[in-house]
Design a protein around this ligand. Structure first.
Ligand SMILES: *[C@@H]1O[C@H](CO)[C@@H](O)[C@H](O)[C@H]1NC(C)=O
Ligand SMILES: *[C@@H]1O[C@H](CO)[C@@H](O)[C@H](O)[C@H]1NC(C)=O
Length: 392
């Protein structure tokens, strides 16, 4: 994934700068006239493995210069022999299917059973068997690789993005039962991976901007100047025939993805990003040592360019709206140190997202009250509002 992210960035930079003439050689016409140009003869695609049948294989353009041939990696089922990749340098023609991996010792496809997600599923299933299950606990969902799916929903609460290990990351919506479709989370997962590459939190403007649901925002400005439209799912440039423009020129006529309900003519950065950039400029102009910058001098921004839920100034630590307006404030004094240290504002944020009257109960620092009651049933929750079994 980290590799993919770096490729993606390279691709974006390349995509913006590349000259058309490099790719003219490999046109559809060219492939029709010379189907084997620079490639071995195209192999025959088994009818069970085609573009409309994603259950039986992964359909791809062939991994050769012009991608003229079609190519399909068929899925193997449990117990079938699989290549481990050590015997041949050919591109594999089969791969273990959904929920399976290639066991190197037996060279057969076996069920994935030891990832954090599949372990969490097994643990859930065991507790369910033993009747030690809360009414609002939900079974973890894993993807084909045994990783956590990108979204996690709490019943009657919110859906939020998680990384492959199931840890919460940026991106959330109210839970209306459609988390799978409305919370793609690709941008926030890649944003997090970029942070791991850099070994620190990313600063505003260092990566593409995510939408509040964790997808890519369609309109992006890459270097404080060049603005383009990108695909919401994977962040790759949309080759819509429009040229990159500078920020001052952003408008309906210059960018196809300009949405007057979300974008502002001639401007890109959100308030938190702008304050952050102006402040860091001030700090570096004043030649202040960055190590001495106080925690509250720079605002905390989320990957969508808005204010993060937890903020502080010289007098208060507070839960903030995305626009930077304080919702709950705790004065910086000794009596409430513990409350302030633990402050995560996750409950306060969930209350803002949830439209119904069934809102979670929060503590005075905006965290979830560990004891929640819903429809006459009381239970214990973790810091993200998920039911957990109390350990008494
Ligand atoms: C694709 O695969 C499906 C299922 O095997 C089959 O019914 C269909 O005819 C195939 N389509 C093509 C274009 O080969
Ligand atoms: C940031 O600085 C620019 C240029 O000095 C100024 O126009 C803008 O209003 C500032 N924005 C904020 C939010 O302080």
């Amino acid at each position: 994934m980290i590799f993919k992210t770096i490729c993606l960035l390279t691709f974006i930079i390349w995509g913006v700068l590349a000259d058309e003439k490099d790719s003219i050689y490999c046109t559809t016409d060219f492939c029709e006239k010379y189907p084997h140009a620079g490639e071995p003869p195209c192999s025959v695609i088994p009818p069970s493995c085609n573009i409309t049948n994603s259950l039986s294989g992964i359909y791809l353009p062939s991994p050769t210069t012009c991608n003229c041939c079609e190519y399909c990696i068929g899925y193997l089922s449990e117990g079938q022999a699989c290549a481990t990749g050590k015997k041949t340098t050919d591109t594999p023609s089969t791969i273990c299917g959904s929920g399976l991996y290639c066991d190197l010792d037996r060279e057969t496809c076996r069920p994935i059973s030891n990832t954090p997600c599949t372990k969490a599923q097994a643990e859930y299933d065991n507790r369910r068997k033993d009747g030690k299950m809360g009414d609002y606990e939900i079974r973890p969902k894993c993807d084909d690789n045994g990783d956590f799916v990108p979204y996690h929903c709490t019943p009657g609460g919110i859906c939020y993005c998680v990384d492959k290990e199931g840890k919460r990351i940026f991106g959330s919506i109210a839970n209306d039962g459609k988390g799978e479709y409305e919370l793609p989370c690709d941008c926030s997962r890649n944003h997090k991976d970029m942070g791991l590459v850099m070994g620190r939190d990313l600063r505003p403007g260092e990566y593409l901007r995510c939408a509040s649901n964790g997808a890519y925002e369609p309109l992006q400005c890459l270097d404080e100047k060049t603005c383009i439209c990108v695909d919401e799912q994977d962040g790759t440039p949309a080759f819509d025939g429009m040229l990159p423009v500078e920020i001052w020129a952003i408008d309906r006529n210059t960018l196809s993805c300009f949405d007057p309900t979300k974008n502002v003519k001639g401007s890109f950065y959100r308030r938190c990003e702008e304050v952050y950039m102006n402040k860091s400029q001030e700090i570096s102009d004043s030649k202040k040592d960055y190590d001495l910058v106080l925690a509250y001098e720079l605002p905390n921004c989320t990957p969508d360019g808005n204010y993060a839920p937890v903020q502080e100034d010289h007098k208060y630590k507070f839960c903030s709206t995305p626009e930077g307006i304080p919702l709950i404030r705790l004065e910086k004094k000794a009596e409430n140190k513990k409350l302030r240290d633990e402050m995560n504002c996750k409950c306060a944020m969930a209350r803002r997202l949830i439209k119904s009257n069934e809102k979670p109960s929060c503590l005075e620092n905006g965290n979830y009250n560990p004891e929640q009651c819903r429809r006459g049933y009381c239970y214990t929750v973790d810091e993200d509002g998920n039911q957990i079994m109390s350990t008494q």
